[in-house]
Design a protein around this ligand. Structure first.
Ligand SMILES: Nc1nc2c(ncn2[C@@H]2O[C@H](COP(=O)(O)OP(=O)(O)OP(=O)(O)O)[C@@H](O)[C@H]2O)c(=O)[nH]1
Ligand SMILES: [Mg+2]
Ligand SMILES: [Zn+2]
Length: 292
């Protein structure tokens, strides 16, 4: 049996990269029997059914180090969450949703603000900067001026990274700009609604070198937090960590409880108000979904 990695899944076929070769493989019934759905990023054993046509059969999935629902991907080390400074403007609730998901899977996150060339006048960047203070790597980039691309490239080296973010923020363009050997399809955003047109349709893992992989993904703008208890959410807001040690109640959810140190930190400007508001929003959502 051969060993490889699923780089793309389209209409029942799994494309498996093994060295420099890519085999198109079908799944075996045994995977279905075990209720296993192969994901892009999966490490697999496969058998070759036709060497010349590079066709094969998936035989076995190797157990995953991580698994995400959106984007659906296995074995990534980190997420590259991409926003654009303008066209479309940053969606911070989506950012916090993605961060919570990544934290709960113990994945690292890099936050990228792209299209910095569109910055015409000074902006209030306090919210953007607050993510850096929380310990996230925040990179400002432009595929037009080249700003930030080298430091981003360094952060990707030796790891498997999935890109995530809304349509039209420039995910595929970023990959093309950093790695000119790729010419992924990109698409202008709609002038009328200032949104992307969902140019990338399938997730695909691109091999940069034997240790560095990048996954381009279709843009998405909704993400429901699932599989979390309302009491767990607060632990995935990194910026709450220090303050919440001083809340009067150990189990404080930072809502109406007396002597809440997180609310105090928000008032005093140590935690950004926007982050707290997003926390309350996500908490309500988790509680609402639990009722069904
Ligand atoms: N001004 C400016 N435009 C950019 C930049 N990066 C990308 N774009 C443009 O933004 C548009 C969308 O880029 P894509 O790379 O297709 O965006 P995407 O995130 O891959 O979108 P989906 O595949 O739909 O999810 C294209 O017209 C790009 O040329 C940038 O740094 N500055
Ligand atoms: Mg794209
Ligand atoms: Zn509290």
């Amino acid at each position: 049996m051969e060993k490889g990695r699923i780089i793309k899944a389209i209409s029942g076929f799994f494309y498996v990269q093994s060295g420099e070769k890519i085999f198109s493989c079908k799944g075996r019934g045994i995977l279905k029997m075990n209720d296993q759905t192969p994901l892009v990023g999966d490490l697999v054993f496969f058998s070759i059914s036709n060497e010349e046509r590079q066709e094969g059969m998936l035989e076995k999935l190797i157990s995953r180090s991580s698994e995400l629902v959106r984007p659906p991907v296995a074995n990534v080390d980190q997420l590259l969450i991409v926003f654009s400074y303008k066209q479309p403007t940053p969606n911070y609730v989506l950012l916090d949703r993605i961060l919570v998901t990544a934290e709960s899977q113990q994945l690292q996150s890099i936050i990228c603000f792209n299209k910095m060339d569109l910055l015409t006048n000074e902006i209030d960047s306090s919210l953007m900067e607050s993510y850096r203070e929380m310990g996230y790597l925040v990179v400002k980039t432009s595929t037009i001026t080249g700003e930030g691309l080298d430091s981003l490239k360094r952060a990707l080296k030796g790891r498997t990274t999935a890109l995530a973010g809304s349509s039209g923020v420039g995910k595929s363009t970023l990959i093309n700009s950093m790695f000119p050997q790729f010419s992924l399809e990109t698409g202008a955003i709609s002038k009328k609604i200032q949104r992307g047109k969902h140019t990338t349709r399938h997730s695909e893992l691109h091999r940069i070198d034997s240790e560095t992989w990048l996954m381009d993904t279709p843009g998405f703008s909704t993400l429901t937090i699932t599989g979390l208890d309302d009491s767990e959410l607060r632990d995935y807001f990194k910026d709450f960590a220090t303050a919440q040690l001083s809340c009067r109640f150990k189990t404080c959810l930072h809502l109406e409880e007396p002597n809440c140190a997180v609310k105090k930190a928000v008032q005093d400007g140590y935690i950004h108000l926007n982050r707290y508001q997003n926390y309350v929003k996500l908490l309500e959502e988790i509680r609402k979904n639990r009722r069904y």
